[in-house]
Design a protein around this ligand. Structure first.
Ligand code: URA
Length: 240
């Protein structure tokens, strides 16, 4: 689904007239939507789906692309619609954005942190395709301790399913009160990869948060909130 806008805005976006002039053109009966003359104001059209003409010439508008960063809380699924009706990350964006957004990659139900959303398939491809090796950084809280040998195994690569992970960057941030906090950067994005990597060294992840994708940081965006990416961030993710 494309963005939904008022007809006069669509005409202005196409460059054919200002919004005020567009209202006149509509009143004069010179504008059609899907073949029918529309002469009242306020009718809404969907960019990319409805055909709008002025004096029988088609007016085209490029669908606006959105690039959003969300701080996903635990307890939300990274899909557009859940088969069990659980809350989805799309619910958190609300209806302020009139476009069909998709999550870029995924985070587990019980993982929180940085998730990108967009309606631009090229962007999703660029960020998620393994050939571009977009790094992802997580803070993992492990129940109990993590041995030096375990840390060095993660750095070299461990066996998960039928796959050996590529060398990860691993830093111990804290070890106290029966848990260990580790920052880990991985270079691919296999399903439940971080949890499985710790499992492979005999550890259990009790909390997981993604804090960075490439150089893009979650920063201090509050849990459950979202913001638009800056054009600088979009360019960086598109072009590496
Ligand atoms: N690794 C995991 O195990 N879970 C996630 O959600 C992301 C990476």
């Amino acid at each position: 689904m494309g963005e939904i806008v008022r007809l006069q805005k669509y005409i202005a976006m196409s460059g054919a007239a200002s919004r005020r002039k567009a209202e006149e053109l509509i009143s004069e009966g010179r504008v059609k939507v899907n073949g029918s003359v529309i002469s009242e104001q306020g009718v809404k059209v969907e960019i990319g789906a409805d055909k709008v003409t002025l004096d029988n010439k088609e007016l085209k508008v490029k669908d606006k692309k959105y690039y959003i960063m969300l701080n996903k809380p635990v307890g939300y699924v990274t899909t557009v619609k859940d088969q069990f009706d659980r809350p989805t990350v799309i619910d958190l964006v609300g209806d302020e954005i009139n476009a069909r957004l998709f999550p870029v990659g995924r985070l587990d139900y019980e993982t929180e942190g940085l998730l990108l959303l967009t309606n631009d398939g090229d962007f999703t491809y660029r960020v998620t395709h393994p050939k571009f090796h977009t790094d992802k950084t997580y803070i993992a809280v492990i129940g109990g301790g993590v041995s030096i040998q375990g840390m060095s195994a993660l750095r070299k690569g461990v066996r998960i399913d039928n796959y050996t992970t590529s060398p990860a960057d691993v830093t111990m941030l804290d070890a106290s009160a029966g848990k260990t906090t580790i920052k880990i950067t991985i270079h691919e994005g296999k399903n439940r990869q971080v949890r499985k990597m710790f499992e492979a060294i005999g550890c259990k992840v009790i909390a997981l948060q993604r804090i960075q994708i490439g150089q893009i940081e979650l920063g201090n965006l509050p849990l459950g909130r979202w913001r638009h990416l800056t054009s600088h961030e979009v360019n960086y993710l598109m072009n590496g």
